[in-house]
Design a protein around this ligand. Structure first.
Ligand SMILES: Cc1ncc(COP(=O)(O)O)c(C=O)c1O
Length: 423
């Protein structure tokens, strides 16, 4: 196997053989040679239907031709200016149009950078140090939010990373998801000291966990009542659940919004934005410092702009959300009929089978942790053998893209059926 040999080599030169932890799984991950549409191909000549989709950005699937064309045109004109350029205005306008709570934006290079700066801005605006995050919420791999973080940190059982000074996280408070009373209690206990609550409106990094009932509107109310900013981290949900992300989908707005992934059309990007009075505090117009060499680079901006145009024109969220509904309904039925203990979670184009005890619903991080991650990994390998690439972790979301067609979905459902029955 070429992948096995390559993994031996990368493991010599790179910790764990990978550039980001969750990509590593035993005995070795496959190495990709190319990817197109809904498919990804490995060095050993295998083809997979891809539901990992680079962990979310590829809402149009791999290698979209229209995006490729505009990127190629842009490359002819240069790929990094270090000056303002017109396309930044166009992308900013798109975001502002679809996210009414956003009046100004700052482009950065990753979701991590965007949450880091967004939190700094909230603290600067409120002149308070504490923030509240959700247990299992992942906002990137920087010090202040890497406590009880989801994603790779949970997969590898290191939710609290070494190397983070206690002082860096002493102002990070945590509450469980889907528990409005816990948030109220936390804010009341720390009255006048909390700058912001940062939350993924749909938890995406412990598997997709949607908000229940009125949870998000309750969070909005509670943050207002306690005079605390609300930061929606829509790095996953932005331009996926709806053009206006979870804010449009659930009809709840935020004071600051974080975007990433899809907004760069598969190229590195991040964005934080919000109300003018808050954003004007960002340097150089204000005293909250933030900067970046590659920020607003014309390649990411061009790819993002074209991607959003296609999402608008083709009504991508509506179409992929329907595929998601079909997938979740079919998988729930298979679980019921097979007697396998599990629960199908998700919303829109995101889905996941949780191997939860007695098939219980998963509503937060603590409940996600009770799921059988070893069983998941055995199942993951069976699906891989059936030509289906799911994310290699019980705690990562499966994504459907616009490139997935009915036949892909059908083949995937059949593979689930075969492999769940074999559990
Ligand atoms: C909700 C959320 N926020 C922030 C991030 C960090 O984004 P990036 O990996 O671009 O730094 C991620 C990454 O998966 C994410 O899912």
């Amino acid at each position: 196997m070429k992948s096995e040999k390559l993994f031996e080599l990368t493991s010599r030169y790179m910790p764990g053989g990978v550039s980001s932890p969750v990509r590593a799984y035993k005995p070795y991950p496959f190495f990709t040679v190319h990817a197109k549409g809904s498919r990804i191909y490995d060095v050993d000549g295998r083809e997979y239907i891809d539901y990992c989709l680079a962990y979310g950005p590829l809402v149009l699937g791999h290698g979209n031709e229209e995006v490729k064309d505009v990127v190629r045109e842009q490359l002819e004109k240069g790929w990094l200016y270090g000056t303002p350029h017109e396309k930044e205005i166009a992308l900013a306008k798109k975001i502002i149009t679809h996210y009414p709570s956003v009046e100004m934006v700052r482009f950065v290079n990753t979701g991590s950078e965007a949450t880091m700066a967004g939190i700094r801005l909230a603290r600067g605006f409120k002149e308070r140090d504490k923030i509240v995050k959700i247990e299992g919420g992942f906002h990137g791999a920087h010090d202040g939010v890497l406590v009880k973080a989801g994603s790779g940190a949970t997969t590898f059982g290191i939710p609290d990373s070494k190397g983070i000074p206690k002082d860096s996280v002493k102002n990070t408070l945590q509450v469980p998801f889907n528990d409005a009373a816990a948030l109220t209690a936390m804010l009341e206990k720390n009255s006048g000291e909390v700058a912001a609550v940062i939350i993924e409106p749909v938890m995406g990094n412990v598997g997709p966990i949607p908000p229940q009932n009125n949870y998000l509107s309750d969070v909005r109310e509670i943050t207002k009542e306690n005079d605390v900013l609300l930061i929606f981290d829509e790095v996953i949900t932005g331009f996926r659940l709806a053009l206006g992300g979870a804010q449009e989908f659930y009809g709840v707005d935020a004071d600051l919004t974080i975007l990433g992934k899809i907004v760069g059309g598969g190229f590195p990007i991040g964005m934080f934005g919000g109300k003018r009075e808050i954003m004007e505090l960002v340097a150089p117009s204000g005293a909250v410092y933030q900067a970046g060499t590659f920020s607003g680079n014309p390649v990411s901006i061009t790819a993002g702009l074209k991607t959003i145009e296609i999402i608008e024109r083709e009504e991508v969220p509506q179409r992929i959300n329907k595929l998601g509904e079909r997938m979740r309904a079919a998988l729930s039925e298979i679980l019921r009929d097979s007697g396998v203990e599990g629960y199908v979670s998700g919303v829109g184009s995101m889905f996941k089978v949780f191997f939860s005890p007695s098939g219980a619903e998963v509503r937060n991080y603590a409940e996600a942790l009770k799921c059988d991650k070893d069983k998941y990994m055995r199942f993951f390998h069976k699906m891989l053998s059936s030509g289906i690439f799911l994310p290699p972790s019980q705690f990562e979301t499966n994504f459907i893209s616009f490139a997935h067609n009915d036949a892909d979905i059908q083949r995937t459902i059949e593979a689930y059926k075969e492999n769940l029955y074999a559990q």
